[in-house]
Design a protein around this ligand. Structure first.
Ligand code: G4F
Length: 343
């Protein structure tokens, strides 16, 4: 039986990948997690299958990485584990390089020594494009990161290339534009919005008081997809004859403000009015402020616009997104309303 190691399985994309592999292959899946004093297995606790086994791997410990790879000798290694919150990366830049960059080198070194035929995927990011030179961004776009996070992923890309070229490994780092879902962490803007929308709706319906949603830069634009669409694209990338890296993106770009607008309209209906601009922007519902800006959520350097070109993946991999922007917002809002009402 073929073996796959997936790191970051407690996160949204890792958990979807495990479900995808259980459904579409007969492989043994090893889900690598980091030991935490308070574990959070919410995204995988529903997965009960003999072909899915949890293993412990700490990306900041080369010994731990090597031990798992030497023992399992996987046929595929999919690395989703990372410090992925861009806004936090200015506060912990070195840790971002240890986990997002150096760990990749340790993984590739272990694969080279113990299972050189293993196919390796590391999650790349549209944050590597950063201060974009042209739109839409494709796989030829230069790397111009604007955050320690983006720099850590751009550096990892060079490591993957060097190990691929030097040792003839199947090692790739396909670019993922923003990918969201009902399983997204609350620190990311989409889930922060949909979670708070649900709480505000509940408070309004119960006649309770509430604090408005506070956001940073609502003018920035992102290319958002559903995370579940990307796991299929990643698996197609890994199953190519030779290693080629692709951009996975929706091909649509929308501002944070548009996301907010659709989310509140979905939950509360009409009677929504925008007031002010930039740092004075507010959203009112029946004359009550439901959204305002808090400058503390602005970043030291912003990526103003991301828009990916999915055409290479559509042609080369026959990959296509199945969820568009408004469906994504609507699914996330409905899920959070359900979860909030259940508590
Ligand atoms: O949701 P975000 O934190 O995601 P960001 O920075 O785009 O990064 C995500 O996508 C990348 C791929 O492009 C991944 F590599 C990365 O790991 C992560 O998954 O922020 C989106 C936008 C930013 O422009 C941010 O400044 O939303 C803006 N924003 C405005 N107010 C906010 C907030 N972001 C957050 N997290 N919280 C706010 O209150």
């Amino acid at each position: 039986m073929k073996k796959v190691i997936v790191t970051g399985v407690t996160g949204q994309v890792g958990s979807y990948m495990v479900e995808y592999l259980l459904k579409n292959t007969d492989f043994q899946i090893f889900g690598a997690i980091r030991r935490l004093s308070v574990p959070n297995h919410k995204n995988i606790e529903h997965i009960k299958n003999d072909r899915f086994k949890i293993i412990e791997m700490d990306l900041s410990d080369a010994h731990s990485i090597n031990h798992c790879i030497e023992e399992i000798k996987p046929d595929f290694f999919i690395n989703f584990a990372a410090n992925s919150y861009v806004g936090f990366s200015w506060k912990m830049p070195i840790n971002h390089f240890e986990v997002n960059t150096l760990a990749v080198m340790h993984q590739l070194e272990s694969i080279r020594k113990h299972c050189p035929n293993c196919k390796y995927y590391n999650a790349g990011s549209s944050e590597e494009f950063g201060d974009v030179a042209y739109t839409p961004q494709d796989s030829n776009h230069p790397l111009r990161p604007r955050s320690p996070y983006g720099a850590s992923k751009a550096s990892a890309r060079q490591i993957v290339k060097v190990w691929r070229d030097s040792y003839n490994l199947f090692a790739i780092q396909g670019w993922l534009f923003n990918h969201e879902s009902e399983r997204r962490g609350l620190e990311f803007v989409t889930r922060k919005i949909t979670n708070k929308v649900a709480k505000i709706k509940k408070a309004i319906e119960s006649g309770d008081s509430f604090e408005p949603l506070e956001l940073g830069n609502m003018e920035s634009k992102r290319d958002w997809s559903h995370a579940e669409d990307f796991v299929h694209g990643i698996w197609l990338m890994l199953n190519q004859e030779s290693p080629k890296e692709y951009v996975l993106a929706s091909g649509e770009t929308h501002s944070v403000k548009e996301f907010v607008d659709i989310a509140f309209t979905e939950a509360l209906g009409g009677s929504l009015v925008w007031r002010g601009a930039e740092k004075d922007t507010q959203l009112l519902y029946n004359d009550t402020v439901v959204v305002r800006v808090n400058p503390k959520f602005y970043r030291p350097a912003e990526v103003d616009l991301l828009l990916g070109d999915p055409s290479e993946a559509e042609n080369g991999l026959e990959w296509k997104k199945s969820v568009d922007f408004s469906q994504l917002v609507s699914r996330m809002v409905r899920n959070d309303i359900e979860e909030t009402n259940a508590t």
